[in-house]
Design a protein around this ligand. Structure first.
Ligand SMILES: Nc1ncnc2c1ncn2[C@@H]1O[C@H](COP(=O)(O)OP(=O)(O)OP(=O)(O)O)[C@@H](O)[C@H]1O
Ligand SMILES: O=P(O)(O)OC[C@H]1O[C@](O)(CO)[C@@H](O)[C@@H]1O
Ligand SMILES: [Mg+2]
Length: 439
């Protein structure tokens, strides 16, 4: 049975230089072994899928294992690498920058590394931002801080101008740290490079607290974001509990996917209702949210509601769609809307006390927690190994808990959303006790 590699990564050429890494080529010598290009991982590990492959005499869909290769494409010392960070902030960006610089410098002897300031904007010379020279000394302490030392931005830039900038500055490797938009931008830059026949590798390291990048297990920063959100839910519970028929509403980020709201609520099981963009809930009617909330208050006299910012958008009457500079839809404020509707509904039923909490940017501007810090440096090292071997237009991430390389195109074709039929969402329903459907 031969592997079918649908997740095939493009390569700039056959790697012809020997890696400077002193690794092993055989198992059993207690030294890490180079990854062979034929080392693959099966994507769907279920027995059902395996049996289907056998029955249909088909090859399983495989993934490229991440890690250092024995032969590399770029001659160490001889080139310039660059790093850019785009989109919203996210815990761990500085850890990834640090990891990339350290790996390039110490593993591969790459001495010229440039930081591109303020996102893709920094690749447009007309903006007048100066590049930042990145050295181990410059980045050694940055993992302690949230944000990005390079700055970020949203908004479209001319891909051709950005590629001109790479060429004019002899940049042969570009690491882009960002969400779906950044990754699409990275792919577009990679396509333009290919069109021009240039020898430049572009890499994406998926960053988003929303955890909405498809296929990968999780994006870095997501875990820290819900880690910061969960103690806030405990405080919200104290507030709700402190009043007879007290209600706390906490709005958490999550533009189109409710992973932060759901995970924070699982981490702090004091939440009674989690409302996410993936749900199509109603406010009114016998099984509508307000009636379900009333039953909860009659039984327990307090309630904690966590709502993701993208939830309930179907409840607004919209005249026109507002977008940010990158074209992302800006949602109506579901938190304040719910507060108002709850107030109105209970005004002639019984008195309620409502506390509204919006932690907003606090959950994404902090430094990475320990778990994310470990994850970020591994992502950075794997990204460097892949780029050095000449792979391009790829992202690094974990799938089935293993580091792999995936074509950017595979992860940006759709957003990852909570599957309402999954065990994950069932766990949320078990933890909160909210009805399976609020209609
Ligand atoms: N299809 C595309 N082609 C080229 N560039 C793009 C594309 N989509 C987005 N970009 C650019 O990528 C950058 C970041 O995009 P965006 O603001 O959507 O953030 P993001 O990377 O998705 O991060 P976040 O998770 O914070 O939304 C912007 O400069 C945007 O113009
Ligand atoms: O206000 P900004 O910086 O445009 O970003 C807000 C958005 O960014 C995110 O945090 C994703 O990065 C979303 O959850 C949120 O909607
Ligand atoms: Mg985005």
């Amino acid at each position: 049975m031969k592997d079918k590699i649908d997740f095939q990564i493009e390569n700039l050429g056959i790697p012809k230089f020997k890696s400077p890494l002193q690794l092993s080529t055989v198992r059993g010598d207690n030294i890490f072994t180079f990854i062979n290009e034929t080392d693959k991982l099966v994507f769907d590990t279920s027995l059902e899928s395996y049996n289907q492959c056998l029955t249909n005499n088909k090859e399983p869909l495989c993934l490229e294992k991440a890690g250092p290769r024995q032969n590399i494409h770029f001659e160490p010392k001889n080139f310039t690498a660059a790093i850019v960070t785009c989109g919203g902030l996210c815990p761990g960006i500085n850890n990834v920058i640090r990891g990339i610089v350290m790996a390039l410098h110490y593993f591969y002897d790459v001495k010229k590394i440039l930081g591109i300031p303020y996102g893709y904007e920094g690749l447009n010379p007309e903006m007048g931002h100066d590049f930042i020279a990145l050295t181990p000394d410059k980045v050694k302490d940055i993992h302690q801080f949230g944000g990005t030392i390079l700055g970020s931005s949203r908004g479209a830039q001319d891909v051709s101008v950005m590629v001109d900038t790479l060429v004019n500055n002899n940049i042969q490797m570009l690491f882009t740290i960002g969400g779906d938009g950044t990754l699409k931008g990275c792919n577009a830059i990679g396509e333009e490079i290919k069109k021009r026949g240039l020898d430049i590798s572009v890499v994406g390291i998926p960053k988003t607290i929303d955890n909405d990048v498809d296929i990968i297990d999780k994006s870095f920063g997501f875990e820290t974001a819900f880690d910061i959100a969960s103690p806030i839910l405990k405080d919200a519970h104290n507030e709700a509990h402190g009043a007879y028929n007290g209600i706390s509403i906490v709005k958490l980020m999550g533009r189109d996917s409710g992973f932060i709201a759901a995970s924070a609520s699982l981490a702090m099981p004091v939440v009674n209702f989690v409302l996410v963009p993936e749900m199509d809930f109603d406010l009114y009617g016998e099984n509508g949210f307000l009636e379900v909330l009333k039953s909860r208050l009659e039984a327990k006299h307090h309630a904690v509601i966590v709502v993701a910012e993208g939830a309930g958008q179907h409840l607004f009457e919209k005249d026109d769609i507002v977008t940010d500079a990158s074209g992302n839809v800006q949602h109506d404020d579901i938190g304040l809307f719910l507060k108002q509707k709850i107030k109105e509904y209970f005004s002639d039923i019984f008195p309620v006390t409502i506390k509204y909490i919006d932690p907003s940017y606090i959950i994404r501007s902090a430094a990475a927690n320990s778990g994310d810090s470990v994850f970020c440096s591994s992502l950075a090292y794997q990204a460097v190994h892949g780029a050095m071997s000449g792979k391009t237009k790829f992202v690094v991430g974990k799938v089935n808990d293993k580091f792999v390389y995936l074509p950017i195109s595979a992860v940006v074709s759709k957003r990852k959303k909570i599957d309402l039929e999954s065990g994950f969402w069932f766990a949320v329903l078990q933890s909160t006790g909210q009805p399976f459907s609020i209609k």
